[in-house]
Design a protein around this ligand. Sequence first.
Ligand SMILES: Nc1ncnc2c1ncn2[C@@H]1O[C@H](COP(=O)(O)OP(=O)(O)OP(=O)(O)O)[C@@H](O)[C@H]1O
Length: 587
Amino acid sequence: MNPYQWVWQYAKKSRWQIVVALILIVINSAGIVVVPLLGGLIVDRVINQGHTQLLIPYLAIMLGMTLFRTLIRYCYIILCERIGQNSLYNIRHDLFTQLQSLDYTFFNSVTSGDIMARLTGDTDAIRHFLCWVTYNTLECVLWFLTAIFVMAAINWQLMLALVILTPFIAILTNRMSKEAHSVFFNIRQSFARLNAMVEENISGNRVIRAFAREKFEVQKFEKLNRDYRDKNMASAAVSRRYLPALDFLASLLSVIVLLFGSFLVINHHMTLGALVSFNGFLWMLNQPMRMSGWLINDIQRFSAATIKIRAMLDAQPVIKPTKNVAVTPIKGEVTFQHVDFAFPDAPEVKVLDDINFTVKPGQTLGILGETGSGKSTLMNMIARFYDPTSGQVLVDGRDVRDWPAQVLRNQTTIVTQDLFLFSDSIVDNINYGNRQAPEQFIREMADIADANNFISTMPDGYGTVVGERGVGLSGGQKQRISLTRALVKDPRILILDDTTSALDMETEATIQKRLRKVTRDKTVFIIASRTSSLRRADQIIVLRHGRIVEHGTHEDLLAMDGYYAETYRRQLGLLKTAKGADDLGKA
Ligand SMILES: Nc1ncnc2c1ncn2[C@@H]1O[C@H](COP(=O)(O)OP(=O)(O)OP(=O)(O)O)[C@@H](O)[C@H]1O
């Protein structure tokens, strides 16, 4: 499908408006011939033959026609704007809906700046095409054809003299179109890189300030900014090369008309009025030639934009939706059977290697492992954010690929390390997964997560609006709000990925104690680096390089005297030291 067929899918929803706009454009272009024709008649009949009584009617018709055409042009410009905006509304809708259906694999491979470029700059190029380029191109084509037809009717020899230039115009516009295509694609890529950098700079502003790297950031921006400017200059260079030539050819038309036209008038092959009319039509050939360069640029910008937008619309989620499965309530038993996993961009690196375990509803599985050992990836497989490369993940004995993703995700909640809060009120952040949650329930859950106290002391309590990504809250406060949000959703499977790492041990212990009460019938996974958070789990696994190297209860693992036991002893030792120091301080 070429870019025009693709955009037609959206534009055709306004097909009646398009038909009306087309009719109006044709009427307007036909009406354009009246003024030059009357100009010729005024010379021949009023000036040469002395029919002065005709001057006022001719002028009145000229004025009336000009007003009529202005009105008609106004109407189709409005219509084109409407068609363009409506099409764009649907394109944006499809893009955003598609964005929601894409999975982690897509977001791992595209920067948010690039996505933003598609949703803003690229859609604007399409709007400009539909709202402006279309009717201007159509006008140019119609004027050009009408002019050729009418001018040939006035004097075909003179018209033939002008046709000599046509091959040159065709060669120039064709060459310009080809060069402009790659130039605009490069501009588009450069704009996406610039956007991505600015987006990252804004999200990472705290890190930049903390490391005092503002100058470095400015230099980084300057490099991309320069690249963007240079790419735009390259586009200007294409215009510079071709537009003067097109302008020259357009001006050459006047020279040919005056030269050859005067010769025809002098030799009585043409009246002076006919030459005036002919000359009056000349701008209808000139104008399209001059405009063609600009229109080609805009068409190529549109074409480059559609490539990026269509790539996003055509992207397929790696996680395929499940078809025709009976939906039953989830109980929460989770089984991993010989699960291997590698990311698509590094298929040779096994991030998970032969993982096996079963967790029953009501049980808790603790996970310990060095950083990068695969803990978060393992958890992401339960709600099917990734599918195993081999082996099976089962929920209630059924492969997760046979559960509708919506059902699975509704009943599985992950409190991720990357705490994300919307710039909304605290209550709207908390009930994000359960909009109908009663106020009392929200407060109870907030109490369990030890969030109720600090939320109640905030200026507007639960109605307090937090900044973007939770700005204005401490790391521990964000963790507690995220935990409350997960509890309010009341899922069957709860995954806590280092959720209480920012809290002091005492608060963490209190939360864990309260949590046990509400998670009695749930399946809980706790990823933690403190063994104190894991010791009460029914089973604990230790991951190393994606493999389970230890598996059992707290006591089993201590008896094994491996990584867990060593970590436990080290942390206990630290604890004792801290307590000893505390006692010393008190003394
Ligand atoms: N999108 C990705 N593409 C390729 N490799 C990835 C991707 N995400 C993570 N990895 C790699 O997979 C491995 C496991 O990552 P994972 O986030 O699961 O570790 P983790 O044990 O949760 O670490 P941490 O304790 O630091 O959170 C790491 O080596 C990491 O570099």
